[in-house]
Design a protein. Structure first.
Length: 130
């Protein structure tokens, strides 16, 4: 089937118009995909910030905020396990040493802490004449 030049020109114009529509739609699709990727990145960043705040909150509740820089967890289960281990470790170290009674400081030690040399000498001499 053969077309006249006018028909062929009309067909070419229609084809070119349709191709332009396809190019326009493709550019819109690319723009939307880039926008979607940007939004997904923002969501992931916000989720990471929220999780970090949760980690900080849990550590604060358990008086373990000093360990914030050391803890590197990615899930809530890891966080709970780490907090339990740290609580056990901190609790055991707190029980290891408990000072009992009041420490008696001698007159000599008190004078030495104040830098009072006369009182230090007086304390030593007073022991000689007991």
């Amino acid at each position: 089937m053969e077309f006249t030049t006018e028909q062929q020109q009309y067909i070419d114009e229609l084809l070119q118009a349709e191709q332009q529509k396809v190019v326009d739609i493709q550019s819109q699709l690319d723009t939307l995909q880039q926008s979607q990727q940007t939004k997904e990145d923002e969501i992931q960043q916000l989720q990471a910030q929220m999780f970090q705040q949760k980690v900080e909150s849990v550590l604060k509740e358990n008086d373990l905020l000093d360990f914030k820089e050391v803890i590197n967890v990615t899930t809530e289960e890891e966080l709970n396990a780490t907090v339990e281990k740290l609580n056990a470790a901190v609790h055991s170290t707190q029980q290891d040493f408990q000072p009992t009674g009041k420490r008696n400081t001698s007159v000599y030690d008190a004078a030495a802490n104040k830098g009072d040399t006369v009182a230090m000498i007086g304390s030593k001499l007073s022991r000689l004449f007991k």
